[in-house]
Design a protein around this ligand. Structure first.
Ligand code: ADP
Ligand code: MG
Length: 240
């Protein structure tokens, strides 16, 4: 089944002054890797939190596979998110961390074992399964966070600056790996970054944001060659 995420006129206002998401509409389909790109504070994480149900919209809707989930709690949406900090449980083993997302959703134990085996094979995590997060490198922790996301088989993947805690060398390696991993899942991906290079190399389409407004939504090459306005041109570093 094709999966689809739609944001319809989505708006979030925290108070009179802070309106980080200003009537954003977009849609992301199966096999698409959409990056939300923009400077710090432009509203990227708030959009992801609205999709995940960690925030409620002031107005507008979040649709998943055509169904309005705007008012559903995070546990009632089949969405998986990788955070900047990875948010692994320090007292649990890798195996338990990967299983944790499924147990919350009352998945039968046979199904849990099959899915964990699949993702362990897929990511080559066999030797790490009994370790705790404190015994892993940054890159290994990142893989476990990805595994915990994949095992859910969600309707949408959300990734919030997942490379920002890695050093430059590892970042490039993991970037290529993320593209490969998530690009083959046939599930919409919404990826957040303030890094133009990441956006340009990973994405099938890029949504450039500034101050809560969607500035341009297009294929990476078009954003670069035909920026919609001065902000986009300046932020991307397009040729003059
Ligand atoms: P980004 O991820 O693009 O850096 P955020 O979505 O985290 O931006 O934040 C956008 C704006 O909303 C910022 O000005 C931030 O301070 C503000 N903000 C985020 N969360 C809250 C909150 N819970 N209450 C008030 N303001 C918030
Ligand atoms: Mg953010």
């Amino acid at each position: 089944m094709d999966k689809k995420l739609e944001l319809v006129d989505l708006r979030k206002q925290f108070n009179a002054k802070v309106v980080p998401v200003k009537n954003v509409s977009l849609s992301v389909g199966s096999g698409e890797f959409l990056t939300l790109l923009g400077p710090s504070g432009c509203g990227k994480s708030t959009i992801l939190r609205l999709i995940a149900g960690l925030e409620q919209p002031t107005s507008g809707q979040v649709l998943i596979n055509g169904k309005d989930v705007s008012r559903l709690s995070p546990g009632d949406r089949n969405i998986a998110m990788v955070f900047q900090s990875y948010a692994l449980y320090p007292h649990m083993t890798v195996r338990e961390n990967i299983a944790s997302g499924l147990k919350l959703r009352k998945t039968p134990s046979g199904e849990i074992q099959t899915r964990i085996q699949d993702v362990t094979d897929f990511l080559g995590l066999h030797d790490l399964m009994d370790r705790k997060p404190g015994q892993l490198s940054g890159g290994q922790r990142q893989r476990v966070a990805v595994a915990r996301t994949l095992v859910r088989r969600p309707d949408v993947f959300l990734l919030d600056e997942p490379l920002s805690n890695l050093d430059a060398l590892l970042r490039e390696h993991v970037r290529a790996e993320l593209k490969q991993l998530f690009g083959t899942q046939n599930t919409p991906v919404v990826y957040v970054t303030h890094d133009q290079t990441e956006a340009m190399t990973l994405s099938t389409r890029v949504a450039v944001l500034n101050n809560g407004y969607l500035q341009q939504l297009d294929a990476p090459e078009r954003i670069y060659m035909e920026p919609a306005n001065r902000f986009v041109a300046g932020f991307i570093g397009s040729p003059q």
